[in-house]
Structures are given as structure tokens and as C-alpha cells.
Design a protein around this ligand. Structure first.
Ligand SMILES: [Zn+2]
Length: 182
């Protein structure tokens, strides 16, 4: 299977707003292929824990969450889920800074860059699941963090828009900060 190139900054497609998938569009062969393509692309890289369709060039509101241990987050519990038309309908408390990177925002070394980004610890999300059923859930922890990042992608927002450029560190610097070996 051909590996799809991940779109990276400054590709203008990353600034597009993704279109919602109609409820009748979820189980179509076309959408299922797109979901598989996103999963394969994530699996083909070392770092990602989530990816939106826009990152492989399709401005549609599909986010695949694939939480797994990565070189920069070796202790994550695996979790997989596909979210269609995800939106935040409620937030809880203040935003707190959390470290994150993005497969679409690379440093000179070709690895993702990192920064501490203000994110809500707990959110309520509404989305359509893979059976085309509307779900509303409270989500917290790392999943809440990942979903805020992916929903931003669907609105053309990158994490680097939410912080000061001087707060961005390279992948190697991030690993040093986290006491991870290279
Ligand atoms: Zn991203």
C-alpha cells in the first residue's frame, strides 16, 4: 500500500476548514478508505498519536486517535478510535500548559517540534462514531488533549498558533527536558 505523504507547514491546505461528513457518508467505501489511509499513515510514522484527514490532504472532519507508546511518550496506554465531525460542546476549568507536537510541524531535523500549549484538562465532545451514531462524552487526560489538537486541525489551527514561537523546542531538546534517551 502506498504510504501517503503527511502535509507539513507551510502547506496551505493545513489552514483550510474541514467539511463535516454527512451521516450517510460514514459507511461509504470512500470514507472507509480514507480512514484506513490515515491509520496506515499514522502507523508508518514513529511519533503520531492522532491524525486528521486534512493532514493527508483531505479537508474532511475525520480524526483518527491512535494513542500508543512513542519515542517521546513511552508510557502511553494504547487507545484507538475514529471521530467524525468532532466538536467540543463544553469545557471544564482553566486551560493548563501541556506538551505537544504535531506530525505536520517539523523542525530542521525532520522530527516534530514541541511546546507547552494551553489545553483544557476535561472537555465534552460530540461526534459521530464509526457506526454513524451520535455520541456525547466527557473526556479527560491525554485523550482530551489529543482531541483538542485534532479538532483544531479541522478548523485550520496549528498548535504553534496558540503559543509564543520562542517556546518551541526541537525533538532532541524535548527528549532532554523529559529525560528520554535519544
Ligand atoms: Zn497535528
Amino acid at each position: 500500500m502506498a504510504k501517503i505523504k503527511v502535509r507539513t507547514v507551510p502547506d496551505p491546505i493545513l489552514r483550510q476548514t474541514s467539511q463535516p461528513i454527512p451521516i450517510t457518508g460514514i459507511k461509504t467505501a470512500e470514507t472507509q478508505k480514507l480512514v484506513r489511509d490515515i491509520k496506515n499513515t499514522l502507523e508508518g510514522g514513529e511519533y503520531g498519536v492522532g491524525m486528521s484527514a486534512i493532514q493527508i490532504g483531505k479537508p474532511l472532519a475525520i480524526a483518527v486517535v491512535m494513542i500508543r507508546p512513542t519515542p517521546t511518550r513511552p508510557n502511553l496506554e494504547p487507545f484507538n478510535k475514529v471521530y467524525f465531525n468532532a466538536e467540543i460542546i463544553e469545557t471544564d476549568g482553566e486551560k493548563v500548559p501541556m506538551w505537544e507536537g504535531c506530525c505536520s510541524v517539523l523542525g530542521k531535523d525532520g522530527n516534530p517540534v514541541y511546546a507547552q500549549v494551553p489545553r483544557y484538562k476535561k472537555i465534552r465532545v460530540r461526534y459521530l462514531d464509526e457506526d454513524a451514531v451520535t455520541q456525547e462524552e466527557y473526556v479527560d487526560g491525554f485523550l482530551a488533549h489529543v482531541l483538542q489538537h485534532e479538532i483544531d486541525h479541522q478548523n485550520g489551527v496549528l498548535f504553534t498558533d496558540l503559543i509564543d514561537e520562542s517556546d518551541i523546542v526541537s525533538c532532541d531538546e524535548y527528549k532532554r527536558i523529559m529525560n528520554l534517551s535519544n
